[in-house]
Design a protein around this ligand. Structure first.
Ligand SMILES: NC(=O)c1ccc[n+]([C@@H]2O[C@H](COP(=O)([O-])OP(=O)(O)OC[C@H]3O[C@@H](n4cnc5c(N)ncnc54)[C@H](O)[C@@H]3O)[C@@H](O)[C@H]2O)c1
Ligand SMILES: [Zn+2]
Ligand SMILES: [Zn+2]
Length: 345
């Protein structure tokens, strides 16, 4: 089969690989129909993710059809149409029992990281019963690719952790796929104001179409000032950090209102200053989270019922044999206006 392989920092290639087989009772082999590329794959290619070794097939998102299951798989069989979660979960360990699938002792985010991933014709899925979701007949498959990672991430790490409530004022720093997923799912809770902040005017324009009430270009470190002006000097009840650099987290610290919540979503590679000399008296909460994908069944129902339309995030489509072009387009997002690219196997 064809697969996109990480060859070490700055290097990747399409290679021929043997089709994987089940090694454990709980595993399934899925024939990929559609997959995509995540910002995190670009982090891996930069060499930022030490757990991912050269030789690894990348990808942790996608949909497909079950090809084969191990003897211990109870809920799926060959021919089932499934959504693959970016998080593999045993469902039995202490963390899984607490709903913290991301910290599963024999799973978590391993797909396309510690084990071969979905940017291939076939993938081996561990703990298949609790890491795959059945796809309802009538739901658009491309919409569901957005449910493997970005929708649960924006919703769980941003909206739920950020305690968005009706009538509240929220700011989302970063209008990439994750920030936009937070924007779409925040609207379940009818916040009064959603201020979207980015450096890219195209993405801000998209955010306005997706329901942002105000947008701010963060160029020249003036974002915080602009937010304070828009909120009459009060700041925001929820600040969602969806970039992963010190500047964007500092913006959140500068705009959080008394009693507010800063919900960090971004993956940080270097340390960030925490200004407790200002914030100690402000009754704020700071949260962090690796997406657990516990809300995937709920989000699936909202997509099936057309309460949200994640296909709005899809900007480009490629066949698997052109995945290098897909990477090129995705990594030059500012020029190509790429958000999510669909790759068809
Ligand atoms: N916590 C989790 O479980 C989890 C899961 C998936 C992704 N992530 C992380 O979420 C983050 C966002 O992912 P993405 O795919 O949307 O990334 P992305 O790179 O596509 O988007 C980031 C956006 O931030 C903007 N930006 C850069 N600096 C800024 C600044 N100072 N102020 C405002 N905006 C700024 C960029 O223009 C870009 O549009 C990444 O760090 C990613 O690794 C976290
Ligand atoms: Zn991802
Ligand atoms: Zn577990």
């Amino acid at each position: 089969m064809k697969a996109l392989v990480y060859k070490g920092p700055g290097d990747k290639a399409v290679e021929d690989r043997p089709v994987p087989d089940v090694k454990d009772r709980g595993e399934a082999i899925v024939k990929i129909s559609k997959t995509t590329i995540c910002g995190t794959d670009l982090h891996i290619l930069k060499g930022d993710v030490p757990t991912c070794s050269p030789g690894r097939v990348l990808g942790h998102e996608g949909t497909g059809v079950v090809e084969k299951v191990g003897a211990g798989v109870a809920t799926f069989r060959a021919g089932d149409h499934v959504l693959i979660s970016c998080i593999s979960a045993c469902g039995r360990c202490e963390y899984c029992r607490r709903g913290m699938y991301s910290h599963c002792t024999t799973g978590g985010w391993i797909l396309g990281n510690e084990i071969d991933g979905t940017q291939a014709e076939y993938v081996r899925i561990p703990h298949a019963d609790t890491s795959l979701y059945r796809i309802p007949e009538e739901v658009d498959e491309e919409a569901l690719v957005m449910l493997s990672d970005i929708l649960p991430t924006g919703f769980e790490c941003g909206v739920l952790n950020g305690k968005v409530v009706p009538g509240s004022t929220i700011a989302i720093v970063g209008a990439g796929p994750i920030g936009l997923a937070a924007l779409l799912t925040a609207q379940f809770y009818a916040p009064a104001e959603i201020i979207m902040i980015d450096l890219d005017d195209n993405r801000l324009e998209t955010a306005r179409r997706f329901g942002a009430t105000k947008t701010i270009n963060a160029v020249g470190d003036k974002a915080a000032e602009a937010v304070m002006k828009l909120t009459g000097g009060r700041g925001v009840d929820t600040a969602i950090e969806a970039v992963g650099v010190p500047a964007s987290f500092l913006t959140c610290e500068d705009i959080i209102a008394p009693g507010g919540t800063i919900a960090n979503v971004g993956v940080h590679g270097i340390k960030v200053d925490l200004h407790l000399e200002r914030l100690w008296s402000q009754n704020i909460t700071i949260t962090t989270r690796l997406v657990d994908t516990v809300t995937t069944p709920m989000l699936l129902k909202t997509v099936a019922a057309h309460k949200i339309d994640p296909t709005k995030l899809i900007t480009h489509r490629f066949k698997l044999d052109r995945i290098l072009d897909a990477y090129d387009t995705f990594s030059r997002a500012a020029e190509t206006r790429a958000l999510k690219v669909i790759i068809e196997a």
